[in-house]
Design a binder for this molecule. Sequence first.
Ligand SMILES: [Cu+2]
Length: 119
Amino acid sequence: MQRLLTLTAAVACSLAATPSFAHAFLDHAVPAVGGTVTGSPRELQLTYTENIVLPFCGVRIASEGGGAVPAAKPRLGAPNELVVKLGHALKPGTYVVSWHVVSVDTHHTQGTYKFTVAP
Ligand SMILES: [Cu+2]
């Protein structure tokens, strides 16, 4: 029975994973994915394609050289949006954002993107 339930869940998920209903992928971010901003942002906003479960979500920010940027724990700006307040202003340079989330359908996704702070 347990096995049948597992199989049913797997089939349901693969059926659900069509382009119209996928896991929580990053839809857009501020600063924008691959974008350049003038001056340091105070916070990052990451908006997902599905609602997410905050206790299982995390975001790390590092300079391209690898140094971690201190940041607050993410909070929800909306049911599908993480907001991360930065611990200090970012110097000009390129930064790497690494995120992982769990969507309300319990699936885990993760990814990275970069943005640049112009001088
Ligand atoms: Cu899913």
